[in-house]
Design a protein around this ligand. Structure first.
Ligand SMILES: C[S@@+](CC[C@H](N)C(=O)[O-])C[C@H]1O[C@@H](n2cnc3c(N)ncnc32)[C@H](O)[C@@H]1O
Length: 323
């Protein structure tokens, strides 16, 4: 079915870099390394006009896109209040966010100025969360390894920041091309397999398997389509897409900081935070966000790289046209 809304997603009213970082930190405070990565991702995406109707594939709970398009939550809101399976996160790699309850209603201070015509994800609970943001006209539960549930030429912009999670990547890219209008663009933000080198893996002999297991927590297994830049670009060609712009926005330095981060202790931090009294949680979060905003401010410079030689980036944004 053709999505009806044809509104153009206006470029977001641009907050300063510091303000953007603060908004992402407030939402993702217990994973500050994700907050700075998303800030960099949003800054790169802010350079591309997301003409409507736009699709957000693998949109998850929609919080990234809500913040990217200029939405502002009350500072009390964060993604860690509605979580489950905390005991299974570390060893069974469960997704703590894959749940929703009736109390989940993110308090919205400013709505994004425009809407997204369609969002998809294979997790129903994440889509139920996205629904409560009132940002998407249509949300569809869908496995990206199968035919997309949209007619051809449906969208002016097809955006996805999770393509490397999809096993049938060639089929997925072809499907993206099919649903994009001849005048439209596919905008992808893809991780590169250089990330595998931007870890402590080369120190396995001295650190041991368990150390790297605790730090990694099964990340790489979630990314079956991770590839180098040349492979991504040949996949685009095979799918009938041509590269119009390629913008690296994660350096080796960003990737190394993110590699350690607070990932291993996140379930424990979340449990601790959610057992605080509301007042103590609010005060603790405020001080935490203030500190990390200052600490991470220099890191949210897309060019920051503390290594002597420039290496492959960790993530690239591609703007792709139909060939
Ligand atoms: C890292 S999250 C990104 C979510 C969202 N785009 C964001 O920026 O917050 C990856 C998302 O891809 C979804 N995903 C992974 N594999 C998928 C598949 N085969 N089909 C549909 N969605 C998938 C996950 O459920 C998750 O929401």
């Amino acid at each position: 079915m053709q999505p009806e809304l044809t509104s153009t997603v206006a470029p977001p009213a641009k907050p300063t870099r510091t303000e953007l970082l603060r908004r992402f930190l407030e939402a993702y405070w217990l994973r500050p390394e994700n907050a700075f990565w998303m800030t960099l991702r949003s800054m790169a995406l802010g350079q591309v006009p997301l003409a409507g109707p736009a699709a957000d594939l693998c949109c998850g709970d929609g919080v990234f896109t809500f913040l990217h398009t200029g939405g502002v939550f009350d500072p009390a809101f964060d993604v860690f209040s509605a979580v489950d399976h905390l005991d299974d996160v570390r060893d069974q790699h469960s997704d703590m966010f894959d749940c929703v309850n009736d109390a989940y209603h993110p308090p919205i201070v400013v709505r994004p100025e425009s809407r997204i015509a369609a969002g998809t994800d294979h997790k129903a609970a994440l889509l139920a969360k996205a629904q409560r943001l009132d940002l998407y006209d249509r949300l569809v539960e869908h496995d990206a390894n199968t035919t997309l549930p949209f007619e051809e030429d449906s969208f002016e912009t097809v955006y996805c920041n999770a393509a490397y999670w999809v096993s049938d990547i060639d089929g997925f890219l072809k499907e993206m091309a099919r649903i994009t209008r001849p005048t439209g663009r596919v905008v992808l933000q893809v991780k590169l397999d250089s990330l595998k080198g931007y870890t402590l893996e080369s120190h396995r002999d001295s650190l041991g398997d368990r150390f790297l297991d605790i730090i990694g927590r099964g990340r790489a297994e979630s990314w079956p389509s991770l590839a180098d830049r040349a492979t991504w670009e040949s996949r685009f060609v095979a799918a009938g897409l041509s590269v119009e712009e390629a913008t690296p926005f994660i350096t080796r330095t960003h990737a190394h900081i993110w590699d350690i981060g607070l990932r291993p202790i996140a379930p424990i931090l979340v449990r601790m935070a959610n057992n605080l009294s509301p007042q103590t949680r609010t005060e603790t979060k405020r001080d935490w966000v203030d500190l990390f905003r200052e600490l991470l401010d220099p890191i949210t410079d897309p060019g920051v790289d503390l290594f002597p030689r420039t290496e492959e980036p960790g993530e690239i944004q591609y703007v792709l046209a139909l060939r």
